[in-house]
Design a protein around this ligand. Structure first.
Ligand SMILES: [Zn+2]
Length: 276
């Protein structure tokens, strides 16, 4: 797969409108995914919800009530892959930041793809040992039996991060545990130079990557409520903040990294029309 990405598109695969306490208007959240096009096929980073999630509301009543997802079939990754002129079978690889229901839902729409995930994450999703994990992981989303490619946390260095796993020379899995046990970021080399880092759910609001970090209180509470490892989550959010300070656009670094998380609409809107 992917000797060198020739085009990277930013897809929003679920719009959500959660009501935050004390606010009259609902917040807008997205599920920011990447479609990476290379000469030998396509790769997705995260998948949002899939067609069955939307048809059967597989994410459950509690999630639908809290997050108010749009449930628009046109937002699914498969619909957007087809709109780009491709077919499901063209997607050879999917790299997941983690297996939460709003990231893994689209797997079944690409049954032939290899699915890259950290082994700790897959083990946690299969075992579902805690109440939080019983809620966040939906086994039906991978009941079709994907060809999993399990990666261990060990290996290379990348811009100050250690134990980075190389999927290809141009796609790296960067360990960012805390939100879940095997959560990672995914770095993709941009054809125009530098990198994107899809930081998954390691933070939720664009203000968190600035110094000093800011985050609406409702979102801060939500992140604490769903985290699996508080210490690791905060340590990794700090590392992502340092990376943004040292390598972000405008830093003057030789290797520029554009960092974004999965659910922040401001970050998505800034990148939605960027194709490179
Ligand atoms: Zn998420």
């Amino acid at each position: 797969m992917l000797p060198m990405p020739s085009l990277i598109r930013h897809l929003n695969c679920v719009t959500m409108a959660p009501r935050t306490p004390g606010s009259m208007t609902p917040a807008r959240m997205v599920a920011h995914c990447l479609l990476v096009e290379g000469p030998d096929g396509l790769a997705l980073v995260d998948t949002g919800f899939g067609t069955v999630d939307i048809a059967e509301k597989r994410m459950g009543r509690a999630f639908v009530g809290l997050m108010a997802p749009s449930l628009d079939p046109a937002e699914t990754a498969i619909a957007q892959v087809r709109a780009a002129g491709y077919d499901a079978a063209d997607v050879t690889d999917i790299v997941l930041t983690h297996l939460d229901l709003d990231h893994a839902g689209g797997l079944g729409d690409f049954p032939a793809a290899r699915v890259h995930v950290f082994a700790d994450e897959l083990a946690a999703a299969r075992a579902r040992t805690s109440p939080k994990e019983k809620n966040r992981y939906i086994e039906a989303q991978w009941a079709h039996g994907p060809s999993w490619v399990e990666h261990t946390v060990a290996g290379e260095e990348w811009l100050g991060f250690s134990s980075v796993r190389t999927v290809t020379e141009n796609v790296l899995m960067v360990p960012l545990q805390g939100h879940t046990r095997g959560h990672c970021g995914v770095a993709v080399r941009r054809p125009s130079g530098g990198w994107f880092l899809h930081a998954g759910d390691s933070y939720f609001n664009h203000g968190e990557k600035e110094n000093p970090p800011t985050c609406p209180s409702g979102l801060r509470m939500f992140q604490a409520m769903v985290q699996m490892d508080k210490k690791a989550r905060h340590a990794n959010a700090d590392r992502v903040r340092s990376l943004h300070a040292e390598h972000g656009p405008g830093s003057g670094a030789s290797e520029i990294v554009t960092v974004f998380c999965a659910h922040d609409a401001v970050e998505f809107d800034a990148l939605a029309d960027v194709t490179d």
